[in-house]
Design a protein around this ligand. Structure first.
Ligand SMILES: Cc1cc2nc3c(=O)[nH]c(=O)nc-3n(C[C@H](O)[C@H](O)[C@H](O)COP(=O)(O)OP(=O)(O)OC[C@H]3O[C@@H](n4cnc5c(N)ncnc54)[C@H](O)[C@@H]3O)c2cc1C
Ligand code: SF4
Length: 510
């Protein structure tokens, strides 16, 4: 009998994969906690802890269902802390005759494992994880030679192809493809937001072992009771709670932010999805069924499905088309280092103190906080996009490069020059005030552009348009701000430029 070794990565925890249909003594599975994976960027403690805890739960589940599993813990003296070294040792020890692995979603690991497999003396095979609606190159084939892509046509193509929210072969339910315009309300304090989901497991001992092994991290590890579902059963329970308590309001308040409600009506399922405990197919099907049964309005169901079927598949397509090299893109040649308060949350700007403080505390911020507060500031202040990317990759519980990089570098920093997004996502204090309660009680004046108390977003915003007029003024989606800039008094323009320069020179003190 040929013995086969099958590698499972920390984001490949899908018990429904065909590999696990029935136990077979010919197959050994291996999961490993390795410094190679904890150290490629500085991670939030919750991210390391949640991935290891979920891997341990998955290994236990496989063993309970009769599979043979090797598990290498981070503090195991026999663990040389890299995937190839551990695989070599297992192949030799168990006289393995064949190696298989699930295709990784990150370019870095895809290359490493492809090279490793090519160098083996035994046969090796990469197997599809079966997780996504689309193949790696499907978006590239869909867009062909076009250099600028947009999500919407790809989303509609997938709606049609998979028959999701469709009234006929080419007819969307409700007569519209997109209910985005209805998703822009601020949250006035009601309806009440759902309570935090907690599984009630204490991970203090695992956290102690991670720290004792010397793994560096930042942020609050929250080891006494992580809020993230760590196995499929917990993830399904979490999904049902979301459908019942939050989805009905998801569409309305999708873009809202509030200092007393960090989560609002978002799902908090990106960790379960990205580690593959949940499949996007089942989540989309469950949401569509909730609409069909009258549990949620069509706008909420469509808005949510668009995130998963549309954005999630689209950014993955951008990632595989743009790699390698995407992480080095820097369209605006921005070079500023991150201000020190990215690591503490201690800034006088109330919006950023909340969004960054919450990220450090919970390893989570919702989309608009990531895009229109933190990312918006980073772009306006001219922060180095590669440094911004590394911060996002480290801080968020759901950050895996295939999804984080296009969102950060492409959508939020426009560092790819407009491949993924048609215009930079930037805004002044007026937008943040409209969508949140952050500005009331802030030390800065949201209405002022210049002067010692002026909100830093305002001068940086107008100065950004002025500095980049050469590359952006021709973009028809930016016609309004450029028309406004043209009408601005030259003395005010000069004062704004001076103010913005002073702000960029003193980012740490803001
Ligand atoms: C700068 C920046 C960095 C981001 N980094 C990540 C990341 O590392 N990992 C990640 O999963 N998402 C990332 N996103 C997308 C999005 O912010 C998160 O998916 C979302 O906040 C996760 O929380 P949730 O489960 O409560 O999402 P919800 O708002 O409830 O949305 C539901 C699901 O839709 C999917 N989704 C929504 N928007 C996107 C998007 N733009 N791209 C891909 N999937 C999306 C996610 O799977 C999410 O779980 C990033 C967005 C920005 C602007
Ligand atoms: S005034 Fe400016 S810095 Fe303060 S919360 Fe509003 S947008 Fe943020």
């Amino acid at each position: 009998m040929t013995r086969t070794l099958r590698l499972l990565l920390g984001d490949q925890l899908d018990p429904q994969h065909a590999w696990f249909a029935r136990p077979d003594p010919a197959f050994r599975y291996v999961l490993m906690e390795v410094r190679q994976e904890t150290d490629y960027v500085l991670h939030h403690g919750q991210k390391i802890l949640a991935i290891f805890a979920a891997m341990r739960a998955f290994a236990a589940r496989l063993r309970t269902t009769g599979h043979t599993v090797d598990y290498l813990a981070i503090d195991d003296p026999a663990n040389p802390q890299s995937l190839p070294a551990n695989l070599d040792a297992l192949i030799a020890r168990h006289r393995i005759g064949r190696f298989e692995y699930l295709k990784p979603d990150e370019w870095r690991l895809d290359r490493q494992l492809a090279d490793y497999a090519a160098g083996l003396a035994i046969p090796a095979q990469a197997v599809d994880s079966g997780h996504f609606f689309t193949g790696r190159d499907e978006a590239a084939r869909f867009f062909g030679t076009r250099r600028r892509w947009t999500m919407e046509p790809f989303y509609r193509h997938l709606r049609r192809r998979h028959g999701i929210l469709m009234a006929g072969p080419a007819q969307p339910q409700g007569g519209r493809w997109n209910f985005d315009a209805e998703n822009r309300k601020a949250w006035p304090g009601t309806p009440p937001v759902p309570a935090d989901w907690r599984a009630g497991h204490d991970h203090t001992e695992l956290w102690r072992r991670i720290e004792a092994a010397g793994v560096a991290s930042f942020g609050n590890p929250d080891a006494a009771d992580l809020r993230w579902p760590l196995d499929r059963d917990e993830a399904l329970a979490h999904l049902e709670a979301f459908l019942e308590q939050a989805l009905p309001h998801f569409g309305d308040y999708q873009d809202a932010m509030h200092s007393r409600a960090p989560r609002l009506f978002h799902a908090l399922i990106s960790f379960a999805l990205n580690t593959k405990m949940l499949s996007p197919h089942e989540v989309v099907a469950r949401v569509e069924a909730a609409w069909q049964s009258g549990q949620v309005p069509l706008a909420a169901a469509e808005g949510f499905i668009r995130q998963i079927l549309g954005w999630r598949e689209y950014v993955r397509g951008v990632y595989w088309a743009a790699m390698p090299g995407y992480a080095a893109e820097n369209y605006f040649a921005h070079t500023q280092p991150l201000p020190s308060w990215f690591w503490t949350g201690h800034t006088q700007m109330r919006c950023l103190a909340h969004a960054i403080g919450q990220s450090l505390e919970t390893a989570y911020a919702h989309h608009i906080q990531r895009l229109m507060v933190i990312g918006n500031f980073a772009l306006l202040a001219g922060l180095n996009p590669a440094a911004v990317h590394r911060w996002y990759l480290g801080v968020y519980i759901d950050a895996f490069e295939w999804v984080e990089l296009p969102n950060t570098l492409g959508m939020s920093q426009f560092a790819d020059g407009g491949w993924l997004a048609t215009k930079p996502y930037i805004a002044s204090a007026a937008y943040i005030h409209r969508m949140s309660d952050y500005c009331s009680g802030c030390r800065y004046d949201r209405k002022a552009r210049t002067g010692p108390d002026a909100c830093p977003f305002n001068a940086l915003y107008w100065d950004f348009f002025a500095r980049h007029a050469g590359t952006l003024a021709g973009n028809h989606r930016l016609a309004m701000p450029y028309a406004q800039l043209a009408r601005m008094d030259p003395a005010e323009k000069a004062a704004i430029a001076e103010k913005a320069e002073a702000l960029r020179a003193n980012l740490d003190s803001l």
